[in-house]
Ligand binder design. Structure first.
Ligand code: NAG
Ligand code: NAG
Ligand code: NAG
Ligand code: NAG
Ligand code: NAG
Ligand code: NAG
Ligand code: NAG
Length: 561
């Protein structure tokens, strides 16, 4: 805005005319982005949609800053009383401590842990809101498990572990998200349309525009139409398979929206936000205090259903209660269901014979695909991350086949943080899922693993809800067409990175939204609780590795095989 006032009315009139011209040109130019193949997909989608009386499934985002949105209602409730700027109440991991541990006298194997939080001035806290992880490790073995943690909202947190082993147990506590940081991020979404403004060095998705004369400009992009610092936006929603997507309109008068060349991640101008609007680092930290306790053996006889026969809804009701499983004797073991699966490449291949597996989502789902393609199918593909289709298409959609198993990975539409993706041939997860509804692949053969996660955390929360809602609609239609197919939602894992925009409190908010939006689908779709895994392994990497990743594969195949 300041930009315009400086340059005066002449600029305003000229830029308005340019903008109108751009809009007209852009409308004419937009169709080349939709190639023939995509048009076929689109007509399939429309047919399915019409037959199921689905209306406006793809354009789902309403006004973001409306009073009735999550962004307004829940954020102001969550942030009430939180001093986000001076952060005088920030939890100190030096002073906060484990007060006591206690064994449950009536239910053997239950271990309670009580934590009190203190500020950096060593003042006892009287409010909660942090995300706390409690981790128990078997001292004389490799056992690891996370607790169910209860926030008393008065500075105290209690955790309960169902310890599955006997003997010495070490307990550690970690703050996975500080309430001040989570609020700053939520407020920044409203003020700037994007929470990368809370980062020390902004980092986000930019549009790269290149003209035929070689002029180049980068502008910031976002999933909502409010691009801070840019009075006008290029609306790339129709390029993005009708999922909302915008970039600032280039400032250079000779560069137009139709000159878009790619969407890629890079430095983001975030100086507009002052030092007090930046999150406190580190984003997560371990309490200095730790304890050891003695765990007696659990005598509780549990009547457990085989995991692959259990109603999918149980995988959702467990969430926010006890963890889904634990690590012991070199394996992820499910807590509330049984499995006789031998975890080996050979048994996985046997189980998956004649199956077509689709991995649809972000790079954390791509990790599963990489394991399948390289380890199970025996390929040696290294460059999944940057893979695009021929002729500068956004997706590769390559099908990998071996041992009678077909595997495909398809990334979700923008926002997708990546070095550089062409804006051509973008399809969305709902489009891909509805294409599969219409395919002649027998339903018994189909396994779908889907997710959305960190790529949406930069933007107002309701953007995520809109995406999840249309995903859920497409999955309902899919399950009507393919009733015996297996569908799994790859759930939210704990992750933290001081140079990025993700936050574990936002992750839990997202989890709540998926639970709400999936409604009746919870009877048909299994939730893969990767939070239990990453929390137990104390793995906060964006891409879990080592035993944490092995656990994810074991958990997934325990549900499928
Ligand atoms: C913090 O306060 C507690 C009492 O609440 C005290 O026991 C402890 O020594 C204090 N820590 C420091 C570093 O002063
Ligand atoms: C952006 O374009 C989409 C589809 O072309 C349209 O539905 C939407 O209203 C547009 N949004 C804005 C803010 O112009
Ligand atoms: C996007 O929406 C428009 C208007 O509803 C529709 O004509 C077009 O086919 C849709 N495109 C895709 C890729 O779904
Ligand atoms: C655990 O499984 C039993 C059935 O085996 C079920 O009744 C119970 O609700 C499950 N608990 C959770 C938290 O899902
Ligand atoms: C896979 O399909 C082949 C050919 O139809 C069949 O012979 C084989 O028994 C099938 N395997 C499984 C595990 O269903
Ligand atoms: C794998 O895909 C091919 C077509 O590409 C198809 O002929 C075959 O039946 C598929 N196999 C399975 C197990 O779905
Ligand atoms: C938002 O707040 C309402 C009550 O104000 C609550 O019922 C709902 O569960 C909250 N949603 C999420 C995702 O936390």
């Amino acid at each position: 805005m300041a930009e315009i006032l400086k340059r005066g009315w002449k600029f305003l009139i000229v830029s308005t005319l340019v903008f109108i011209t751009v809009l007209l040109l852009f409308n004419v130019q937009i169709n080349p982005y939709l190639d023939n193949r995509q048009n076929v997909l689109v007509s399939n989608v429309i047919n399915v949609a019409a037959s199921k009386r689905l209306t406006s499934s793809y354009v789902t985002e309403g006004p973001i800053f409306n009073e009735n949105t999550y962004q307004k209602k829940n954020v102001s409730a969550f942030c009430a009383g939180v001093d986000i700027y001076g952060k005088p109440q920030l939890t100190s991991v030096v002073h906060s401590r484990i007060d006591a541990t206690k064994l449950d006298p009536t239910t053997p194997g239950l271990l309670y842990v009580y934590v009190s939080t203190y500020t950096k001035r060593n003042v006892s806290k009287t409010s909660g809101g942090d995300v706390i992880n409690m981790i128990a490790n078997e001292v004389n073995g490799d056992g690891k498990i996370t607790a169910f943690v209860f926030d008393h909202n008065n500075g105290k947190y209690s955790g309960v572990f169902q310890v599955p082993w006997t003997g010495k147990t070490a307990v550690r506590v970690k703050v996975l998200s500080f309430v001040e940081n989570a609020c700053l991020r939520l407020k920044s979404m409203e003020k700037y349309g994007n929470q990368v403004f809370t980062m020390q060095s902004g980092w986000g998705i930019r549009g790269k525009f290149v003209t035929s004369r070689g002029l180049t400009e980068f502008t910031p992009c976002g999933a909502n139409d409010y691009i801070f610092g840019y009075p006008n936006q290029c609306n790339f929603t129709s390029v993005n398979a009708n999922e909302s997507w915008f970039c600032g309109q280039p400032r250079h008068s000779l560069i137009n929206c139709r000159d878009i060349y790619s969407f890629g991640t890079g430095p983001f101008e975030s100086k507009a936000a002052g030092p007090s609007e930046k999150v406190a680092l580190p984003n997560s930290a371990a309490l200095k205090s730790s304890v050891t306790a003695n765990s007696p053996k659990s005598t509780e006889a549990r009547d457990r259903i085989p995991c692959n026969e259990r109603p999918p809804r149980y995988s959702w009701t467990e969430l926010g209660q006890f963890p889904n499983g634990y690590w012991a004797r070199n394996q992820w073991r499910m807590y509330n269901c049984s499995s006789s699966l031998v975890h080996s490449v050979k048994s996985y291949r046997n189980c998956l014979q004649n199956k077509t597996v689709y991995f649809l989502g972000d790079s954390t789902v791509r990790q599963y695909a990489e394991y399948f393609i390289n380890t199970l199918l025996g390929y040696n593909v290294k460059n999944f991350k940057d893979m695009v289709g021929s002729g500068r298409q956004y997706h590769s959609k390559q099908i990998y086949k071996n041992f009678g198993i077909n595997v495909t990975y398809i990334k979700h539409a923008m926002p997708f943080h990546n070095p550089d993706f062409p804006p051509t041939g973008i399809t969305s997860l709902p489009m891909e899922i509805e294409r599969l509804s219409n395919s002649d692949i027998p339903d018994k053969a189909l396994i779908l693993v889907v997710n959305y996660h960190v790529h949406f955390q930069a933007y107002p929360v309701d953007i995520f809800r809109g995406r999840v809602r249309s995903l859920a609609q497409s999955l309902s239609i899919f399950l009507q067409a393919k009733p015996t197919a297996s569908v799994l939602f790859k759930g939210f894992h704990a992750c933290s990175d001081d140079t990025r925009w993700f936050d574990n409190k936002l992750t839990l908010i997202f989890r709540g939204i998926v639970k709400e939006e999936f409604g009746e689908l919870k009877d048909r779709v299994v939730y893969l609780d990767t939070w239990s895994i990453t929390a137990a392994h104390d793995s906060l990497a964006l891409h879990p590795a080592g035993n944490a990743f092995t656990s994810q594969i074991q958990q997934f195949l325990t549900y499928v095989c």
